[in-house]
Each structure stands twice: as structure tokens, then as C-alpha cells.
Design a binder for this molecule. Structure first.
Ligand SMILES: Cc1cc2nc3c(=O)[nH]c(=O)nc-3n(C[C@H](O)[C@H](O)[C@H](O)COP(=O)(O)O)c2cc1C
Length: 321
């Protein structure tokens, strides 16, 4: 089922959640090919954009096959976030600008006052969102968490202010900053946010299959953002689309398809980052692709010992084919 974020048509309800270090063009294209309705790129820093950091500017590049795609920025001050948003608005092909208000890591949330730290200050949440909305022409969305910690859960307050400031959608991860990724995401707080605002809400946290997606849809959310559930399993997008939009439960991908997908992702990464980085990055992805299969930890160790991708290819071919 399609829906709109501002004037951008999202063809289905399954979104690739932003993941720093993972959601580069190669992985995004793999997820798109498997049916992700919206791709969210890994976050980029407002300061790095201002300083024209070449690595960061490269990260903002969009492939023509990625639309619709959202580019996420993070920062702590109104002015620098506005500058970064203007850059995404006018100098990139992204369709949507997302503001990160959920990152829990110390470097972002504690040292820089960005990410989830912003949730502690609803006035600032409003000010940032409004200033960004008013300075760009692309739709603006915000990604939040339930709150800073259990004693300060304020997602409803923040969500209402984000809507009032003119954002066109909200993604909410049902954990607090203090939770990081522990425990289970709280779907009740997602439901409360859905009921409090009129813009589309994208529910996020712990969706890994049809069952968990059904639970998430009970919140009334318009769409679901999937992060870790897509690692080594980009097939989740076609599975959810097939089930929720066509009523069909698909078979799991066979080993040949997993092998082909790994090789395809490697080729895309090779083009994007060159041999050394592609080799390094593919190791973790391979570990995710084969996780849970017989003997996979031994194969993972073998893969991690290799620097030459031809050897890796051989190991994986012997294992999967
Ligand atoms: C490795 C990793 C990197 C992440 N990077 C980002 C990020 O750049 N921006 C963001 O908003 N969330 C980031 N997240 C959070 C995810 O988008 C998502 O909210 C979280 O993982 C919960 O969803 P899941 O249970 O489907 O993984 C990251 C998560 C992981 C595991």
C-alpha cells in the first residue's frame, strides 16, 4: 500500500532504516531491489557538510535507481542543521531530508548534544524542525526515540511539536536513549504517537519477520522501518510486501540466491569503495547472510582471516553452492 511523505510517493510501507556504516549506496540498492519502499541513507554530520569533508559529500551521492530516498543529517544547533539541510535540498538528489533525533552513541548524543540528546529539549526539537522546514523545499521528517530514559519518556510531546513545526512524517524507535538497543522496543509508545499526530508515523524497532511486522502494524503506524532485520536478509522487504500487500507467504531464499546476492552486493561495493574497503566491509555482511546456518561460525572465522576476496568467494561458493 502506498503513502505520501509531503509530495513524495512511497510505493509501499516498508522502509530501510538508516544505519551508519551500513546503509551506503551498495546496501541500499540491494534492499531496493528486494522491494524496500523508501531508503534512508546513513546519517551525515552537519559540521562535516559545512567543512566540505570529501568523504561525507561522497556519502550524499544518490544513485538514479534509489528513489525515493531520504538523506539523514545530524547536529546540535539550529544554524548548522539549517545549512546542512540546505545542502541536501539543493546539492543532492535525495527526495526527503530527515533529522536524526535518536542516535544514542556518546560521541553524538553526549559530547555533541546531537541525536537523542535533543529529545530532552522539546523547545529545541521544535525550533530545529521549524527552521529546517522553512529553509528547504523538500519534505522534512524527523526520527526520534521514546525519550531520553525511562523517567523522561516524551515522544508524544516531541511528536506533536515536530508536526506543528511542519515535518511531513515521524519515525519513532520504541526505545529510550538509555536503552540503546537492549530489551524490547515499546510498541505502546509508538501507538501513542500515532494517535497524537496526523502526519504518517513510521514505526521502528525489532521488526524481523511477518509476525513482528503484524505486531508493529497494530500500533496503527503507516509504515515500518527495518534496520537490523535487513542485515544479511534484504529479502525481508519482498517477504513483507508479498504477505501484507498480496497475502502470499514466500519461501525463504535458497543458498544459490544468497550466494548471488552476496556477490552482487560485493560488486556494488567494489564500484563504490574500491577493493580494500569492499573486502573489509563484505566480511560482516557475509557473516550476517550465513548466520544461523550449520557450521556458519567456522566459515565466518575463515572469511575474516582472508584479505583476498577471490579466496572469500571460493569459501562461500564451497559452503553455499
Ligand atoms: C549499526 C547501526 C547503525 C545505526 N545508524 C543509525 C543512523 O545513522 N541514524 C539513525 O537514525 N538510526 C541509526 N540506527 C538505528 C536504526 O535506524 C533503528 O532505529 C534501530 O536499529 C532499531 O530498529 P531495528 O530493530 O529494526 O534495527 C542504527 C542502528 C544500527 C544497528
Amino acid at each position: 500500500m502506498n503513502f505520501k511523505i509531503g509530495d513524495v510517493l512511497i510505493p509501499n510501507q516498508f522502509v530501510l532504516a538508516p544505519m551508519a556504516g551500513i546503509c551506503n549506496e551498495a546496501f541500499r540498492l540491494i534492499c531496493k531491489e528486494q522491494g524496500a519502499g523508501l531508503l534512508m541513507a546513513e546519517m551525515v554530520s552537519d559540521k562535516a557538510i559545512a567543512y566540505k569533508n570529501q568523504k561525507t559529500l561522497k556519502m550524499t551521492k544518490v544513485n538514479e535507481h534509489e528513489h525515493p530516498i531520504s538523506m539523514q543529517i545530524f547536529g546540535a544547533s539550529v544554524d548548522s542543521l539549517v545549512l546542512a539541510a540546505k545542502f541536501v535540498d539543493t546539492c543532492t538528489d535525495a527526495d526527503i531530508i530527515d533529522i536524526n533525533m535518536g542516535c544514542p552513541v556518546n560521541k553524538v548524543a553526549k559530547k555533541s548534544g546531537a541525536g537523542a540528546s535533543l529529545l530532552k529539549d522539546p523547545e529545541l526539537v521544535y525550533e530545529i524542525t521549524k527552521a529546517v522546514v522553512n529553509s528547504v523545499s523538500k519534505p522534512v521528517t524527523v526520527k526520534i526515540r521514546a525519550g531520553w530514559d525511562k523517567s523522561s519518556i516524551n515522544a508524544v510531546t516531541n511528536a506533536k511539536l515536530i508536526e506543528k513545526a511542519g515535518a511531513k512524517a515521524i519515525t519513532i524507535h520504541g526505545r529510550t536513549r538509555a536503552d540503546f538497543y537492549s530489551g524490547k522496543a515499546d510498541y505502546n509508545i509508538i501507538k501513542e504517537v500515532v494517535e497524537a499526530v496526523n502526519i504518517p508515523v513510521v514505526g521502528n524497532g525489532d521488526v524481523i519477520d511477518i509476525h513482528s511486522a503484524k505486531e508493529m502494524f497494530k500500533t496503527g503506524c503507516k509504515a515500518i522501518a527495518i534496520g537490523r532485520g535487513a542485515l544479511g536478509n534484504p529479502f525481508i522487504f519482498r517477504e513483507l510486501n508479498s504477505y501484507f500487500n498480496d497475502g502470499i507467504i514466500l519461501d525463504k531464499p535458497d543458498n544459490k540466491e544468497i550466494y548471488d546476492t552476496i556477490m552482487h552486493q560485493y560488486d556494488l561495493l567494489l564500484k563504490l569503495k574500491g577493493e580494500r574497503l569492499a573486502n573489509l566491509e563484505m566480511r560482516s555482511h557475509i557473516a550476517w547472510y550465513i548466520k544461523g546456518k550449520p557450521n556458519s561460525s567456522k566459515i565466518k572465522e575463515e572469511v575474516f582471516r582472508q584479505n583476498d576476496f577471490n579466496k572469500v568467494k571460493e569459501i562461500i561458493a564451497n559452503y553455499l553452492l
